[in-house]
Design a protein around this ligand. Structure first.
Ligand code: PLP
Ligand code: TYF
Length: 401
């Protein structure tokens, strides 16, 4: 029956973990997938999460189905976290929000909703480069994917002129995907003043902004600061779509906790939009999983746990920032590795786009047992006090060839 099914390629990011696991060298380092690791290189379960789970166990909750759009306390708190307590559409009861299968599920529900109901366009513009999964995900949602310039290889920074030009030349009404903070894979974000210019172009060209916020808190260590772009756009009167993930900022990766929301013009409009979100979810997975939503909701609604969580998010962000500083010092001062390395320090969030080319990445995997994506992206969280010197030395050797 399946004799004509061709073998497909593995996921370019998740496939790296397989190669890493197969390598038994004691020096091996996995810098592929964007998942936080502690100073010992171990996956990290946040204390706030452990305490929330204890509370949930003690409450002896049942395992009944959630409503189609998920746990209402969770979705309400997720919207508050993203939009802020004093958000106008939030206080008008005009934000339609549904719990989703993490950020990927949020993007997919959002893509499907836009393909079905957004009246002005079926085209979504995504940055070059972007998270690899965005492209098949939006295509499978029924949207056409086009690109806007984002990263400038020469400056290893934002190609702001290219970005503006491409958005200005996009057809009126097109959808534009914006990484809310900690752009994946480049680690390069617009400044607040550049966000204001982007907001102006979006208004002028009547583009529809779809924010992907997979790293709230991870960029600066502050969930409020990282929500700047989302809140600024809403304050300027834009209606937005938003995908949220709690994979990174609560370390809930495998629990699959996320939310998709749309700001609408009124409570009445919100109710109609809500009904259509339910119609999308119902034949897809009926209703979302329970446990992770309880964890996130317990943290977001308990002031003590919330405070502990904020401290832990900042702790993760700060450890990554320290690794950036250390890596820069090693390459730039200790080894005097050819090239300019300050982007390692200035980039933001989970990743650094090192500028290493495909050949150098291959050499690092084959000779040094160091695994990263072939575009030169490294997950900074995979570095720690014990492996960073070996990593820098190996990069130095690869660059010198
Ligand atoms: N969007 C971006 C930019 C990401 O980097 C990721 C990966 O973590 C996601 C969305 C979705 O991740 P998840 O489905 O694990 O929440
Ligand atoms: O870019 C990353 O590493 C994260 C994790 O199919 C991820 O976003 C990678 C690939 C994928 C799902 C999640």
């Amino acid at each position: 029956t399946w004799s004509a099914v061709p073998a497909g390629p593995p996921d370019p990011i998740l496939g790296i973990t397989e190669a890493f696991k197969a390598d038994k060298d004691s020096r091996r380092i996995n810098l592929g997938v964007g998942a936080y690791r502690d100073e010992d290189g171990k996956p990290y379960v946040l204390n706030a999460v452990k305490k929330a789970e204890e509370k949930i166990t003690a409450a002896k909750l049942d395992k009944e189905y959630l409503p189609i759009t998920g746990l209402s306390g969770f979705t309400s708190n997720a919207a508050k976290l993203a939009y802020g307590a004093d958000s106008v559409p939030r206080n008008q009861n005009a934000i339609a929000v549904t719990q989703t299968i993490s950020g990927t599920g949020a993007l997919r529900i959002g893509g499907t909703f836009l393909a079905r109901h957004y009246p002005h366009s079926k085209t979504i513009y995504v940055p070059t480069p972007t998270w690899g999964n965005h492209i098949p995900l939006f295509k499978d949602s029924g949207l056409e994917v086009k690109f806007y310039r984002y990263f400038d290889k020469k400056t290893v920074g934002l190609d702001f002129e290219g970005l503006k030009e491409d958005l200005q030349n996009a057809p009126e009404g097109a959808i534009v995907l914006l990484h809310a903070c900690a752009h994946n894979p480049t680690g390069v974000d617009p400044t607040q003043s550049q966000w204001k210019d982007i907001s102006d172009i979006v208004a002028e060209k009547k583009l529809f902004p779809f924010f992907d916020m997979a790293y709230q808190g991870f960029a600066s260590g502050s969930t409020d600061r990282d929500a700047f772009a989302v809140r600024y756009f809403v304050s300027q009167g834009h209606q937005i779509a938003l995908s949220q993930s709690f994979a990174k900022n609560m370390g809930l990766y495998g629990e699959r906790v996320g939310a998709f929301s749309l700001t609408t013009a009124s409570e009445e409009e919100r109710k109609r939009v809500d009904s259509q979100l339910k119609i999308i979810v119902r034949p897809m997975y009926s209703n979302p999983p329970l446990h992770g939503a309880h964890i996130a909701n317990t943290i977001l609604s308990d002031p003590e746990l919330y405070q502990e969580w904020e401290g832990e998010v900042k702790g993760m962000a700060d450890r990554i920032i320290n690794m950036r500083e250390r890596l820069y010092q090693l390459l730039s001062n200790d080894f005097r590795t050819p090239g300019e390395w300050s982007h390692v320090k200035s980039q933001i969030g989970m990743f650094s786009f090192t500028g290493l080319n495909k050949e150098q990445c291959k050499v690092l995997a084959e000779k040094a047992h160091i695994y990263m994506t072939m575009d030169g992206r490294i997950s900074m969280a995979g570095l720690n006090g014990r492996n960073i010197e070996y990593f820098a030395k190996s990069v130095d050797a690869a660059v010198r060839g």
